[in-house]
Design a protein around this ligand. Structure first.
Ligand code: TGC
Ligand code: FAD
Length: 392
């Protein structure tokens, strides 16, 4: 793979809106990605393996629980810093960002927001340092876009719960130490449970043959009469709104992360177009290539402004689910389109692992599907603006 020469586009001087802390956090993540992710990621994606050696570094740049308070081991940063960290990590690879998103927003967040103080003390500091890795089990084989239909269930056995069922497409599952699992009780009410590796009847087989997110480990969660101690039930919130609340946080991070993937594709394509000579001049001088590049930087700039404003709303506690949904949908769609166009600018070289573009493009096929598909997010906006739900 080529050396990482990335230079971040900032066409509308967004840096002027960032605080010194934002820039410090962002630049530390950027340097870390250049040093630790870029040199190895192509090899790990090719061999379909998660590079476990980067876990410690992810923790050190604050990628595990950026906005979780310091008293629980988090970095205590604001939402814009969280977004910037996700942007920089996904600039390296969406699969690495997935690991950080899941750990922060889908494992640490529910334990912080819905957990008992004992659960917070027990798990959060270890999750923040990467000593424990976590995963989030919502999707099932027959319930993806419609998680409310889930059949995974638990029964009260007096001194413990008995958990049965299966979850599919779970990021981090093959190596996770704990899983935050959503299951129905005997009354059909959804609760969150913390399941620990080693509990009898709990297994996490890996899902192979992915053409996307190859440097991220994905797997199943199988529960065959797993005895769950009662203190592992998250007491703070029940119902489908509990897992959906976690998705708000993760989707927000993805809205920023996708910008990182798009910036990398644009930067690579711009550099290549200025260097590659055909018909006696750099291809960047041809009008059709300039149109592609001009549209790319325009769309990146619009996505940056959307994410920044959403970050302000998040900081004020005012960002709605529908606003977050729109940013996730728009920014991932923007990134995947840019990846496809950028790939073409590189001609044949664009399909090789010498450059990051094809890997980003393939990764983004997962990102546009998980955390709610593109179409589900259109329907969330549709329901919000019409007051009529297409799901009912
Ligand atoms: P609906 O009737 O709309 O809502 C059910 C209840 O939940 C409440 N609610 C929320 N509460 C808190 N936060 C939110 N964001 C909420 N959204 C909804 C709602 O008020 C209601 O409460 P109540 O008291 O009235 O019961 O539910 P629905 O069944 O119609 O479904 C809505 C739909 C389709 C939008 C939703 O289920 C959905 O978003 N589906 C997509 C599924 C999804 O995104 N799955 C993601 C799995 S995790 C993942 O992909 C991780 S990948 C991570 C990585 O690797 O980076
Ligand atoms: P389906 O729900 O079967 O949808 C198939 C198609 O039908 C889609 O195009 C969808 O948009 C469309 N569709 C569905 N309903 C409607 C409707 N009402 N109107 C119009 N169109 C509709 N889940 C987790 O819980 N934890 C994880 O860590 C996790 N990680 C993942 C990692 C990867 C790599 C992938 C690919 C997925 C992951 N997921 C995870 C699951 C992901 O959230 C689901 O794949 C996603 O929600 C879609 O569900 P599905 O794949 O079952 O598709």
């Amino acid at each position: 793979m080529k050396p990482d020469l990335f230079e971040a586009p900032d066409y509308y001087n967004l840096d002027d809106l960032l605080t010194d802390e934002h820039k410090l956090v962002r630049d530390a993540a950027r340097q870390w990605v250049k040093r630790e992710v870029s040199p190895i990621i192509e090899e790990y994606a090719q061999k379909a393996e998660f590079p476990e050696q980067i876990i410690k570094g992810l923790a050190e740049i604050g990628a595990f629980g950026p906005y979780i308070p310091v008293e629980y081991g988090g970095a205590g940063l604001d939402q814009i810093s969280y977004g910037l960290i996700m942007q920089e990590i996904e600039r390296g690879d969406s699969g690495v960002r997935s690991t950080a998103s899941v750990q922060s927003s889908l494992v640490m967040y529910p334990i912080y927001a819905y957990g008992s103080d004992q659960q917070r003390q027990k798990y959060l500091p270890k999750l923040a340092t990467g000593q424990y890795m976590g995963c989030f089990g919502l999707t099932e084989p027959d319930f993806g876009s419609n998680p409310g239909g889930m059949v995974t269930n638990f029964k009260d056995q007096g001194d413990h719960y008995l958990l049965n069922g299966a979850k599919l497409w779970i990021s981090n599952s093959p190596f996770a130490d704990i899983a935050v699992v959503w299951a129905k009780n005997e009354e059909g009410r959804i609760h969150g449970l913390i399941v620990e590796r080693g509990m009898e009847g709990f297994s996490t087989p890996e899902t192979h043959n992915k053409w996307s997110l190859r440097a991220s480990a994905t797997g199943e969660l199988i529960f065959d009469n797993v005895k769950i101690p009662k203190e592992n039930l998250l007491p703070g919130k029940t119902g489908l709104g509990a897992p959906l609340g976690c998705l708000d946080s993760a989707r927000y991070g993805i809205a920023w992360g996708a910008i990182g993937a798009a910036m990398d594709c644009y930067d690579t394509a711009l550099r290549y177009a200025k260097e590659r000579v055909q018909f006696g001049k750099p291809i960047a001088g041809f009008q059709l290539q300039q149109k592609k590049l001009a549209e790319m930087i325009t769309e990146i700039t619009k996505a940056q402004l959307l994410a920044f404003r959403l970050g302000q709303l998040k900081n004020e506690g005012k960002a709605s689910t529908a606003q977050i949904s729109m940013a996730k949908r728009n920014n991932v769609d923007m990134a995947i389109r840019i990846a496809r166009e950028a790939r073409q600018i590189l001609g044949g070289m664009g399909i090789t692992g010498e450059y990051s573009i094809m890997r980003h493009m393939m990764n983004l096929e997962s990102v546009i599907t998980y955390e709610g598909t593109h179409d589900i997010h259109l329907l969330i906006t549709g329901a919000d603006i019409t007051g009529l739900s297409a799901f009912k």
